[in-house]
Design a protein around this ligand. Structure first.
Ligand SMILES: Nc1nc2c(c(=O)[nH]1)N[C@H]1C(S)=C(S)[C@@H](COP(=O)(O)O)O[C@H]1N2
Ligand SMILES: [Mo]
Length: 356
């Protein structure tokens, strides 16, 4: 079944798009994510179709499909429900046309909203209900295709943990237009593409939603990770570690300790991080903090560079089931950072990477 867009009021109530073309803003480079919680102003913005300017007076969230009672809810209705604040990794899976290229667009965000699961239970779920289809109010063209709405889906089993939010706050303040005002879905542990902004409709179905952003794009190649012959939707975040320090092209004096540190995360959490300071020849267990909630975990390893020359630092994360990041060829491939050890180097100096 195709996920056709049907909002309560039909096309006449569709918001204006400003801009009416895709938005991609990345205020921070990967090594600039030094803060545990990413301030709202430093968060990347991804919008495939542009930014809808939503008037709260004419906005509502409709819930329909395999529920006993379909409803239309205002923001006040939702804000009258119990509020939760959740810290969670927020990661863009990358350009859907280059699904395997690492982009390391990642943040750690505090979201405020209400748990979706009890709301659906109150409405009465049909026993055949299996999937949640989420619709954004944005519309326009993507890859030359007319899109009446941005639609994503996820299995209802993901809701049982009680942390899939209908969110109206980011970092303690109301959502801004670019981050989804007035309401967005937040699916902690799933790639950002699943956290539908400008949420206008939830539809409960017994199957996946067929569409550009569900079954066409955002499916990893078949025959990987034991999913022979099947598509693997871009849902759960794969294990990954990012090197924050030292930043790329740092010059380090030999003999002085240098702390290699960064963040590691995955859908289920990280059990171990290893650091290599010799281009992947040897690996050392890093000190790793425990996960709180669904946030990313800090790791660190103290390295005393000895031999002058250029070297590559690498960090690799293992998830709780022991799965490790691949070296190359996937969106979560191992992060590498070039640094140079030089006699007399000033500790925070940088070298020109264009030098031979
Ligand atoms: N309605 C709607 N929701 C959307 C998108 C979109 O284009 N339209 N982009 C998704 C993608 S690809 C990402 S990575 C996140 C980015 O959220 P942010 O811009 O608030 O950081 O929003 C997701 N939700
Ligand atoms: Mo994304």
């Amino acid at each position: 079944m195709a996920a056709d867009f049907q909002s309560a009021g039909g096309p006449a109530r569709r918001p204006t798009m400003t801009p009416a073309t895709g938005v991609r803003e990345f205020p921070l480079l990967p090594h600039e994510t030094v803060q545990r919680n990413t301030p709202a102003g430093d968060l990347f913005v991804l919008a495939h179709l542009g930014i809808p300017q939503i008037d709260l007076g004419s906005w509502s969230l409709s819930v329909d499909g395999l529920v006993d009672r379909a409803v239309s809810l205002s923001l006040d209705d939702l804000q009258a429900r119990p509020k939760r604040v959740i810290e969670a990794v927020h990661q863009c899976s990358g350009n859907p046309l280059e699904p395997l290229r690492p982009t390391r667009r990642v943040a750690n965000v505090r979201w405020g909203g209400t748990d979706l699961a009890p709301l659906l239970h109150e409405l009465g779920l049909d026993p055949s209900a299996g999937f949640l289809w989420s619709y954004g109010a944005d519309h326009g063209t993507f890859l030359g295709r007319q899109c009446d709405g941005y639609v994503k889906d996820l299995p209802l089993t993901r809701l049982v943990e009680g942390d899939v939010l209908l969110a109206w706050e980011l970092d303690g303040a109301p959502l801004t237009a670019e981050h989804g005002f007035p309401l967005r879905l937040v699916v902690p542990g799933f790639y950002g593409t699943n956290s539908v902004k400008w949420l206008s409709r939830l539809h409960i179905s017994d199957r996946r939603a067929e569409g550009l952003f569900t079954t066409e794009l955002y499916n990893d190649p078949a025959d990987r990770d034991g999913h022979a012959g099947k598509l693997r939707p871009v849902w759960e975040i794969r294990p990954e570690a990012l090197i924050v320090a030292p930043p790329p092209a740092t010059e380090l004096p030999p003999g002085l300790p240098c702390t290699v540190w960064g963040w590691a995360w995955s859908d289920d959490g990280i059990s171990r991080v290893e650091v290599s300071t010799d281009c992947g020849r040897s690996w050392h267990a890093a000190t790793l903090e425990r996960r709180t909630g669904r946030g990313w975990q800090r790791y660190s390893h103290v390295w005393k560079p000895e031999k002058p020359g250029t070297t590559e630092l690498r960090a690799r994360a293992f998830d709780v089931s022991g799965a490790c990041q691949p070296e190359d060829g996937t969106r979560n491939a191992v992060h590498r950072v070039m640094v140079r050890v030089r006699q007399g180097a000033f500790n925070c100096g940088r070298f020109d990477t264009s030098e031979p």
